[in-house]
Design a protein. Structure first.
Lengths: 346, 121
């Protein structure tokens, strides 16, 4: 099928809760695609602002559930019932797309076994310490890690902010589950467990708004960390049967715990015990290793200055990440306290 | 001179190994006549990226060895002393790879145990 035809058989879902500030730009970026979708549905998830009116003014279908669905997954599932096209895409209400993002992403469905596809994520705004840290994180991950995962057929997550699905496969999974706080990870690993394929298309680029201050970053990191822990607990047996995913997750879980303990406990302890600040080098010793791929990508994107000025923020965010991941694993696995409240990151 | 891979975490090592493995996989496929230029290009790109990362780590080691006083002893591979037939520096480099190998073996073993458990039930 030609890619233009594929987009004509595509519905884009945009779950939105109090997104007056961003939803118009998101809708505009979808409507201005090289291959626009057949339909755009904005789910105004019982917003208290005029998100629905702003969306309606852009000429898209707006659905409003009778009460707040409680999560992004809930909002997306509410709209999934109305989808009549072969493909469905979910985009966050604060995420804009590169003009050819949909055209590029739909290439992934050449393979009939592909159930989902995701693209590259670059923060739209890179100004504050938190946005800069996230910018470097994403550049590194989407330049180095994700293409490797895709080569071995197992991208770790089909990112919730911008992913496309075969509607029948998605419905076969029951849509997006609300049993964890990371519905995108849950869906991706569930697709793998039943033999479906997921692809990463680096040329399809989206630009979400990332948390700009610690208050919002805290909420997002808490959600992501608990979501990760919940998915490990939920899927560990199935994941063991998928060799590459098994290896990725074993390393990921161990790193999450051991490296976090090293950063937060071991390094400060060694510094104090031996009264030698040389141990603090450990926080930055991999700076050149991190620099290499992000500088390469920064030069490709003509953003070298932005990359170099954002590097210090990455090291701050990395340590902050450690706090939340340790708290999440402690809470979910040791204390048996599962976080169920979905809080937005802005 | 040996340079270790300190403080990068097992995740970094895992992906570095994977990047080079991509090249091996695609080279074998090419020899067998199963040529996929996109996959081959990706394998080369990621391998070059991995080689770049390893090079920067090695250069970091050289720079640190140059500026740090040698009485910091075995903290850095280049300052390590020989102990019998095994250099500490070799151990420092090998340890993360051994840890990775052990972890992956453990995960595989766990898979086998779970699989046997399922078939028994």
């Amino acid at each position: 099928m030609e890619y233009k035809n594929r987009a004509e058989n595509l519905t884009v879902l945009v779950p939105a809760y109090n997104e007056t500030k961003y939803v118009a730009d998101t809708i505009k970026s979808i409507q201005n695609q090289t291959t626009p979708p057949k339909e755009i549905i904005v789910v105004d998830d019982f917003s208290s602002d005029n998100t629905g009116d702003v969306a309606r003014s852009r000429g898209v279908t707006v659905l409003r559930p009778p009460q707040n669905t409680g999560s992004k997954a809930g909002a997306q599932n509410f709209a999934l019932k109305e989808v009549k096209t072969k493909y469905v895409m979910a985009i966050d209400a604060d995420t804009t797309l590169a003009p050819d993002a949909i055209e590029k992403l739909m290439h992934a469905f050449d393979n009939l076994k592909v159930a989902a596809a995701c693209g590259t994520v670059i923060p739209r705004r890179v100004k504050t310490l938190w946005e800069r840290g996230r910018y470097i994180e994403y550049l590194f991950a989407f330049t180095f890690y994700k293409p490797i995962q895709d080569f071995f057929g197992k991208p770790l997550i089909s990112s919730g902010c911008f992913s496309a699905y075969r509607t029948t496969f998605l419905r076969g999974m029951g849509g997006w589950s609300t049993r964890t706080l990371a519905e995108d990870m849950d869906l991706t690993w569930s697709l793998y467990s039943v033999g479906h394929k997921v692809r990463f298309v680096p040329e399809a680029v989206c630009y979400p708004v990332e948390p700009h201050n610690f208050e919002f970053m805290k909420k997002q990191l808490k959600r992501w960390s608990h979501g990760f822990a919940q998915n490990v607990r939920l899927h560990w047996k199935e994941v063991l049967g998928l060799p590459y995913l098994r290896s990725m997750l074993s390393v990921g879980v161990l790193d999450a715990i051991i490296v976090s303990l090293a950063y937060l406990v071991l390094i400060p302890a060694l510094t104090l015990i031996f009264k030698n600040p040389i141990f603090l080098l450990a926080y930055f010793i991999d700076l050149p290793a991190i620099l290499f791929p992000v500088v390469v990508k920064g030069m490709e994107r003509k953003e070298l200055g932005k990359v170099l000025s954002s590097i210090p923020s990455f090291f701050v965010l990395r340590v902050v990440n450690c706090v939340f991941i340790l708290e999440a694993f402690w809470s979910e696995f040791v204390m048996g306290r599962s976080l169920n409240t979905y809080e937005k990151g802005h | 001179m040996n340079v270790g891979l300190p403080y990068t975490g097992l995740g970094g090592i895992f992906y570095l190994v994977c990047a080079f493995f991509m090249l091996i996989v695609e080279s074998v496929n090419t020899i067998k006549g199963r040529i996929n230029s996109k996959r081959l290009g990706m394998a080369f790109t990621q391998s070059i990226m991995a080689a770049g990362i390893l090079t920067t780590i090695w250069l970091t080691g050289i720079a640190l060895n140059t500026i740090m006083p040698s009485e910091n002893g075995i903290l850095l591979p280049g300052n390590a002393v020989e102990v019998g037939y095994i250099k500490y520096s070799t151990l420092i480099v090998a340890t993360p790879f051994l840890a990775l190998a052990m972890l992956l073996c453990f995960a595989t073993l766990l898979h086998i145990v779970v699989k046997i458990g399922k078939s028994v039930n």
